[in-house]
Design a protein around this ligand. Structure first.
Ligand SMILES: Nc1nc2c(c(=O)[nH]1)N[C@H]1C(S)=C(S)[C@@H](COP(=O)(O)OP(=O)(O)OC[C@H]3O[C@@H](n4cnc5c(=O)[nH]c(N)nc54)[C@H](O)[C@@H]3O)O[C@H]1N2
Ligand SMILES: Nc1nc2c(c(=O)[nH]1)N[C@H]1C(S)=C(S)[C@@H](COP(=O)(O)OP(=O)(O)OC[C@H]3O[C@@H](n4cnc5c(=O)[nH]c(N)nc54)[C@H](O)[C@@H]3O)O[C@H]1N2
Ligand SMILES: [Mo]
Length: 811
């Protein structure tokens, strides 16, 4: 989230699209209700199904799964062609005025620089035009034909209301009604918030869908303001913490990234990360990258990370390809993986294309399961009749099971969607032989280290030199780990302006990332968490919910990264002179000599907005402003473009009917063996999507009797029109099949799933709740991921499980 849960109450308009907060985030959804009660806010929901969120909305529109870029691109076209943008904001706070080089082209559905053989882009032609001083050229009048705003106008002119309706199936009048409401928030004092989750992420173009939402918000001037923002509703209670701590295969902590294979030395690595400003006087905050990076290396390798060995840079693996789940299981499928440690993960149930996943696990020598529960993955080798028909005698994989605790049995902090780190205390002792995850990993590490110490091996240094400072080596405590993430001074940290002044004494916990240094004198396991556990103690355990400004800015409740800031880019909540766009929802303002207010300023506190070349609010970009057009950073284009899902009922992409290369995301990574696994519309004519129910949490709660009773077995939702066509009655058993497999379930015939007119066809949707399987107390059944395709988003590699195609028949 750019903002936070409580802040939703400040919105004038709430758009829930690509998520179903009432169902999947029922506790957070109460802030939507608060906004309606206290702020007369309106709620709009756009979803293929009339959901529990839709039931609370003021306006609902259906959409075909996988077509949100067409819808939102149409909103952009509406805003630009009806002059409903926040002019001052766009001019000063976005790159709308930046001039793009002559080499940039968009033709026939492809951006310049496409390499069809590699299915990837070389983005050099997307760069800005530069001046002699090395700054990007701008046209403050926004009239230059190659300035970003003009390029956008041209790009989205194709997204007419008719085209939107053709692609997404949303009736034109409903689409236009929503455009009108959204456009009202272009007034400087009005804000819309966007709440989204997996309905946007789980697509082959998921990152670009989210970007299109952000573009809408930037044109409206809705980012950085209370009640505004782009608000990703995160999933598992600590999935925000997972990404913060760099647990993705190409990430390091605090959104730093693993070196690539082409970056064999530290200087090359810094070159594309510690970027100089692209406009005069901007902060380009990532210039501090070396401070964060060296401090992380010191936390990981302590004394073994020295200036002479480039702070142990060579201990880090170089990224040849991402090892995301799709890649890892594809390698496993090719027989290239011996062992797999599966911690808190049930891929047989949750990953796409169950058959491929089970075949992959069958090729392992060993599989380690760390989980409090019995799972489909732990039992993948067992035959469960028609639900899971495997030949046990042919599977040679050894499965080790380590029972772990769950969150209620341990202390620690969880980071919520609003970036708040909240400390929690254990509610019970772990049962039986269960151990905490940290203890299990510590035991594994200590034994591996002993082996490397004894036997050497190809490259023992990163393992034998790993810093392991915990009091009880086989049981690091949550407190110790939290203090390590925060970071401490390894030598006295001096004030660069006055070296006689000591800002932190050697051995002290640091008060924030401003004290991190690139000379080895500080360590911090995760720079954005610096400030969470200072000399003053555990800031995450704070529980003072006083709200002096009355807008939910409870700065003494827990601790938010970065720097306890609650709303990111909050300097954009003021006009270019530093005055709030809306004084009633004041986050910060310029007092003449400093920034102050109800939040921690997201700008240098003394950065005068009235200076020529003033520091702009988007301090993380080298531009200082937000990017409507992204010259770099995205694999699949500088501006979002609609492409069809890899499985679609349409024969062509209506925007590019004559270019088959531009039918589906041309830069999405698809493995060769999966290409021919995609279904065609003649056999699989219906759009399928999968989703959650409040009554279950993924595949855990089918182990709990009460949940198993309230939602006992797999069902599929279909609309009345499709049911009639197929002769299916409510309660019938039906077979749903894709090109990868079939499941049986009970049909729920409902008015809530609409049939839509798409690309000249009548398109029906089949809705698949996720939660059942063949292990647990609920009625045993099939796994929905038997049906889903093995293809991921071009940037995040998130599998496309929200839009694929199936057939349905009475069983
Ligand atoms: N009770 C409960 N709560 C949970 C979970 C749970 O299992 N149970 N899981 C947690 C986790 S890990 C996560 S990630 C979150 C997920 O939170 P959400 O993303 O909100 O949950 P989903 O139900 O997966 O999907 C949301 C909606 O997206 C819609 N949708 C599908 N395709 C599209 C599309 O192309 N466009 C649009 N506009 N909408 C589409 C679906 O119809 C569905 O209503 O929930 C979390 N909360
Ligand atoms: N078709 C389809 N597939 C999907 C989705 C979808 O919408 N549609 N959603 C996707 C999403 S967003 C998600 S997050 C995934 C979820 O996929 P998974 O993460 O694989 O599934 P879960 O059942 O949430 O949890 C995995 C295991 O973690 C265990 N666990 C709980 N607490 C702890 C702990 O403290 N320590 C350890 N070691 N284990 C613990 C649980 O017992 C459970 O067995 O599914 C994805 N798959
Ligand atoms: Mo999730």
């Amino acid at each position: 989230m750019t903002n936070h849960w409580v802040d939703i109450k400040n919105a004038d308009l709430i758009l829930i699209m690509g998520g179903n907060a009432a169902e999947a985030h029922p506790c957070g959804f109460k802030w939507v209700i608060e906004a309606k009660h206290h702020n007369k806010a309106k709620l709009i929901v756009v979803d293929p199904r009339f959901t529990r969120s839709a039931a609370m909305s003021d306006y609902y529109a259906p959409i075909r799964a996988g077509s949100d870029i067409a819808f939102l691109g149409g909103v952009i076209n509406y805003l630009l062609s009806n002059d409903k943008i926040q002019h001052e904001y766009v001019k000063h706070y976005t790159n709308g005025s930046f001039i793009v080089g002559e080499a940039y082209k968009f033709e026939d559905g492809l951006f310049s620089g496409y390499d069809a053989a590699k299915r990837s882009y070389n983005n050099s032609s997307w760069a800005y035009e530069m001046d002699e001083k090395g700054f990007a050229k701008v046209d403050p009048t926004l009239q230059h034909p190659r300035c970003v705003l003009q390029l956008m106008k041209q790009h989205y002119a194709r997204y007419t209301p008719e085209m939107v309706s053709t692609i997404s199936g949303t009736p034109k009048d409903k689409f236009l009604k929503i455009c009108e409401s959204i456009a009202e928030t272009s007034a400087p004092g009005k804000v819309m918030t966007i709440m989204y989750a997996l309905g946007w992420t789980q697509h082959s173009q998921g990152s670009q869908i989210i970007r299109t939402g952000a573009l809408v918000q930037l044109l409206l001037g809705n980012i950085g303001l209370a009640g505004g923002g782009m608000n990703a509703l995160r999933g598992h209670s600590n999935i925000q913490g997972l990404t913060d701590l760099g647990l993705l295969s190409t990430a390091l902590t605090g959104y730093m990234s693993l070196p690539k294979e082409s970056e064999q030395d530290l200087d090359t690595y810094y070159k594309t990360r510690a970027l100089k400003p692209l406009r005069p006087n901007q902060m380009s905050f990532w210039q501090n990258y070396p401070k964060f990076f060296v401090s992380q290396q010191k936390a990981w390798w302590g004394k073994a990370a020295t200036k002479d060995n480039d702070w142990a840079y060579h201990y880090l693996p170089k990224w040849d390809k991402g090892y995301d789940m799709l890649q890892t299981f594809d390698l496993m499928h090719q027989g290239k993986v011996n062992g797999y440690i599966c911690q808190g993960f049930n891929p047989v149930a949750s990953l796409a294309n169950k058959t491929k996943v089970v075949e992959s696990l069958s090729k392992l020598k060993y599989l380690v399961i760390i989980d409090p529960l019995e799972t489909e993955t732990a039992n993948f080798w067992k035959n469960y009749g028609e639900y899971h028909d495997v030949k046990t005698e042919e599977i040679q994989t050894t499965v080790f099971r380590f029972p772990s605790t769950c969150f209620a049995e341990e202390d620690g902090s969880l980071t919520n969607s609003g970036r708040w780190l909240q400390w929690h205390w254990r509610g019970a002792e772990p049962p039986g032989e269960a151990k905490q995850d940290a203890e299990i990993i510590a035991e594994l590490f200590l034994r591996l280290r002993a082996l490397y110490q004894k036997e050497g091996g190809a490259f023992p240094d990163p393992i034998v030199n790993l810093s392991w400072p915990y009091k009880i080596p086989n049981s690091p405590s949550a407190e110790e780990l939290a203090m390590e993430f925060n970071g401490k001074a390894l030598a006295d940290v001096l004030d660069p302006k006055d070296p006689t002044k000591v800002l932190a004494k050697a051995g002290e916990q640091l008060s924030g990332f401003g004290l991190l240094r690139d000379d080895g004198s500080t360590s911090s396991g995760c720079w954005i968490y610096a400030g969470a556990w200072t000399q003053a103690g555990n800031q995450m355990a704070r529980r003072d919910n006083s709200d002096p400004w009355g807008i939910g800015q409870t700065l003494n409740w827990a601790w938010a990264w970065p720097a306890n800031r609650r709303v990111l880019y909050n300097a954009a909540s003021c006009d270019p002179s530093g005055k709030p766009w809306n004084a009633k929802r004041r986050l910060i303002s310029w007092t003449g000599d400093k920034w102050t207010g109800s939040d921690v300023p997201d700008i240098r506190p003394d950065a005068n907005p009235n200076d020529p070349d003033a520091v702009r609010p988007f301090i993380m970009t080298a531009e200082g402003v937000a990017r409507l057009f992204a010259p770099s950073g995205l694999a699949d284009g500088p501006l979002p473009e609609h492409y069809e899902p890899f499985e679609t009922p349409l024969e062509v992409n209506p925007l590019h009917p004559n270019n088959p290369k531009a039918k589906s995301n041309p830069a999405a990574r698809v493995f060769k063996s999966d290409f021919d696994q995609f279904g065609k519309p003649d056999k699989f004519p219906y759009v399928a999507t999968s989703y959650r129910l409040t009554e279950h949490f993924h595949y855990w709660t089918k182990h709990a009797r009460s949940n198993a009773v309230i939602q006992p077995q797999q069902f599929v939702e279909i609309g009345e029109e499709l049911a009639k066509e197929k002769g299916i009655a409510n309660g019938d058993t039906v077979k749903v099949s894709s090109n990868r497999g079939a499941i049986k379930a009970v049909a729920l015939v409902t008015k809530r799933v609409a049939s839509l007119d798409v690309g000249g066809k009548r398109v029906h949707t089949v809705g698949l709740p996720n939660h059942w399987g063949f292990v647990g107390l609920a009625r045993p059944g099939f796994l929905v991921n038997t049906l889903t395709p093995f293809v991921g988003d071009a940037n995040s590699q998130t599998p496309e499980v929200k839009s694929f195609t199936v057939n349905i028949e009475k069983a």
